[in-house]
Design a protein around this ligand. Structure first.
Ligand code: HEC
Ligand code: HEC
Ligand code: HEC
Ligand code: HEC
Length: 174
């Protein structure tokens, strides 16, 4: 490659990675921000459904003696400080470092950091929400099994459709 082609290739490459960089800038806003809208009956009470689910307890599950015992076998740290546990019981490193850690597996663990898509004008448009960082679920089962798998020290099995029903939180139709 000569100098000019190399430069051109670099410029094109920069454009290609730009959207993912923008997405990476999205910040976590916490479940209270989502609950502002997603708590009403009309919207489907997603906040209450999540609160009543095990996912909201996933961080607290690390505060037990049993958890520390499991953690001790995996590196000796306290479970609630062990990144190996937190990545499935909370989410990625920036969510773990945020003020929202104690909410465990929360809206944004699954739906993506919400600062850029949580505005009403964006939320009403699915494509736009996805562009601004909302997760697009192409294969829900595959998504669940990023955590529900044999890397979980307490894993037995994961019956997808049964488990999906337990956490279902649809927007009511009509
Ligand atoms: C200002 C109000 C508001 C806030 C805040 C808000 N949402 Fe929404 N959200 C909506 C509305 C309105 C819809 C569209 C619902 C419909 O389809 O009728 C929606 C839709 C969604 C959808 C479904 C998208 C689709 O069509 O598949 C998801 C997922 C979602 N919101 C997650 C979140 C999360 C996570 C947060 C917090 C980070 C959040 N929302 C914050 C109002 C809001
Ligand atoms: C464990 C992961 C997970 C958590 C936690 C979670 N969601 Fe979801 N949510 C999903 C998945 C997966 C879907 C899509 C289900 C499907 O397509 O069958 C979904 C769908 C939705 C929808 C769209 C429903 C529809 O009818 O299209 C809304 C709105 C939503 N979630 C909001 C929230 C809010 C608000 C929270 C937190 C209070 C939350 N979710 C927590 C995984 C999660
Ligand atoms: C980020 C990791 C993560 C993802 C992604 C995830 N889960 Fe979970 N899930 C957990 C953890 C951790 C627990 C255990 C929480 C506890 O027991 O305190 C759990 C518990 C559950 C439970 C309760 C189990 C029981 O025996 O009652 C159900 C149901 C569930 N998840 C369904 C799902 C479904 C369906 C999906 C995909 C839409 C999903 N989860 C995605 C981490 C995750
Ligand atoms: C690959 C993801 C993953 C990792 C890594 C992980 N967990 Fe979990 N954990 C889960 C899921 C999913 C569940 C619920 C279903 C199950 O047991 O697999 C769970 C359940 C648990 C429970 C049972 C909670 C209850 O309500 O009874 C404890 C305790 C626990 N995990 C501790 C830990 C500790 C300690 C670590 C770190 C050494 C850890 N987990 C690492 C995904 C994970």
């Amino acid at each position: 490659m000569n100098y000019k082609t190399t430069l051109l290739t670099l410029i094109i490459a920069a454009f290609l990675v730009l959207p993912s960089n923008l997405r990476a800038q999205a910040k976590y806003v916490g479940t209270k921000s989502c609950s502002m809208c997603h708590k009403t009956e009309k919207q489907g009470q997603q906040f209450k459904i999540w609160q009543d689910s095990k996912h909201s307890q996933a961080y607290k599950a690390l505060l037990t003696a049993k958890a520390d015992e499991i953690s001790a076998k995996k590196g000796g740290k306290k479970a609630a400080e062990n990144p190996e546990c937190l990545k499935c019981h909370v989410g990625d490193a920036s969510l773990i470092a945020s003020a929202f850690k104690e909410d465990g597996v929360q809206c944004e663990t699954c739906h993506g950091a919400g600062s850029e898509y949580k505005a009403m004008s964006v939320m009403k448009n699915k494509a736009e929400s996805i562009k601004k960082g909302m997760t697009e679920f192409k294969d829900v089962e595959k998504f669940c099994t990023t955590c529900h798998n044999s890397n979980s020290p307490t894993f037995k099995e994961f019956k997808f459709s049964e488990m999906l029903k337990k956490i279902a939180h649809p927007t009511p139709k009509g």
